[in-house]
Every structure is written in structure tokens, then in C-alpha cells.
Write a protein that binds this ligand. Structure first.
Ligand code: CA
Length: 225
């Protein structure tokens, strides 16, 4: 019945969650604690967390990467979806926020799966590459400073195994991407990044209008899948 993506008003959004969201209680409490912060809008929506966990499960991922932890909600979603022995390298620079996440990761029993690296993510990613971990990750999530998206993406593409998936957050940027009056550095960076990805034949691509827009890019293999 629809030739384009449906618009979600509040009622339909609530309905969607009421028939699909399965948010573990520990995640709900982390989300509620984060909602008290002034930066609460940096947190992903629960249905997006569930979607990414679904992808991790679908792809049988055991080694994942995250750039931008904030208070660790997406980190916990992914870690819960990893099998025992799975590993998530999580990059951030903010000790205070990631400390919130640490409490919940421990409570959820997944702390040992999460390798939190408090440093500039570029340095961490370069370190992983220098350490011979190129083409060893199956899944990555980019949700950090927008000006560096392209730099994160290039490194992550090298770290992903062929067939690996990178999810990039905030690609619709609250609608600012189509507002010509918005010419701030973040908005311009996201527009440039979206154009770059559209042309990048190294990946298969889908922009999913969930949350603030989530681009899925799957690294193609040498056989051109
Ligand atoms: Ca985000």
C-alpha cells in the first residue's frame, strides 16, 4: 500500500514500540538514567538499539567495534547480542559518561565482552590496524563527532572483514541535511559523508530511517558481492 516510507506520528510510533520493542529491564534503566543528562539527545532510541542487536545476531558477529559510547546504551545492546566470548572494542574520550555505562555492563554480566578504549578513536583505530587486526571485525557502529565520520569510516572499512557491516548514526541529522539555512560544520560534514557513501562502490548500502537515520554499509568482497 505504500511506495515510500511511512511517516510516523506519535500514535503510530507508540504502536510500533508496543508490538515490537523487547527492551531488557537493565537497558530501560540505563536509558532512563541517561535521559536525566543534559546531553540526553545523544542517546539512540530503543528500537534502534534492538535493530542493531538484531543485526549482530543475524550476522553471528563475534567481534565488533563502536566509535562513540556516550553512556553505553548501544554498547550494551551489541554486547548482549554477542555470543559468550564475543568482543566489542568501544571507543570514547569521555570518562564520566562511559562510567555510567560500565555500571550497567557489569550488572548485565557483559563487562568482560567490552574493551573500552578511552582515547581519541582515530588513535585506537590506527592502533588496531597497526596491531594486525585489519579485516577481523564483523560489525561496527559510528556515532561520534560528525566532522570525523569520514576518517572513522575509512579506518573501519579496513578493519572490517569482507561482508562486514558498518552502521552510521545521525545521517538525517534531525532533518538539517535538507535545510539550506543550516551550514554549521556538523551538518556540512554529514551531508558530505552521505554523498561520499552514496558513490562508494566498495560497499553495499541502505539508509534506514530509524532513529535519526542509520546508514548500513556492507563491505563488499573481492568477488564483488
Ligand atoms: Ca547518535
Amino acid at each position: 500500500m505504500s511506495r515510500r516510507t511511512i511517516s510516523l506520528g506519535d500514535g503510530l510510533y507508540d504502536y510500533m514500540l508496543s508490538v515490537s520493542l523487547r527492551e531488557p529491564e537493565v537497558l530501560r534503566r540505563l536509558r532512563e538514567e541517561t535521559a536525566e543528562l543534559a546531553q540526553a539527545n545523544m542517546q539512540i532510541s530503543p528500537e534502534q538499539g534492538q535493530f542493531m542487536a538484531f543485526l549482530v545476531e543475524l550476522m553471528s558477529i563475534d567481534k565488533a567495534l563502536e566509535v562513540g559510547v556516550f553512556t553505553g546504551y548501544s554498547t550494551l545492546c551489541v554486547a548482549l547480542a554477542l555470543p559468550p566470548g564475543g568482543r566489542l572494542v568501544a571507543c570514547d574520550v569521555n570518562e564520566e559518561w562511559s562510567e555510567v555505562g560500565r555500571r550497567y555492563w557489569a550488572e548485565a554480566g557483559v563487562a568482560e565482552k567490552i574493551d573500552l578504549r578511552l582515547a581519541a578513536a582515530i588513535e585506537t583505530l590506527d592502533g588496531l590496524l597497526a596491531d594486525g587486526q585489519g579485516e577481523t571485525f564483523g560489525f561496527a557502529f559510528i556515532d561520534a563527532d560528525k566532522a570525523n565520520y569520514e576518517r572513522y569510516y575509512e579506518r573501519i572499512l579496513s578493519l572490517l572483514e569482507p561482508g562486514g557491516l558498518v552502521c552510521v548514526d545521525n545521517v538525517l541529522w534531525g532533518g538539517s541535511v535538507i535545510d539550506g539555512a543550516k551550514q554549521d560544520a556538523n551538518t556540512r560534514a554529514i551531508r558530505a559523508f552521505n554523498r561520499l557513501l552514496h558513490e562508494d562502490r566498495r560497499v553495499s548500502l541502505s539508509l534506514v530511517p530509524i532513529g535519526d537515520g542509520l546508514t548500513l554499509a556492507r563491505k563488499r568482497g573481492s568477488h564483488g558481492l
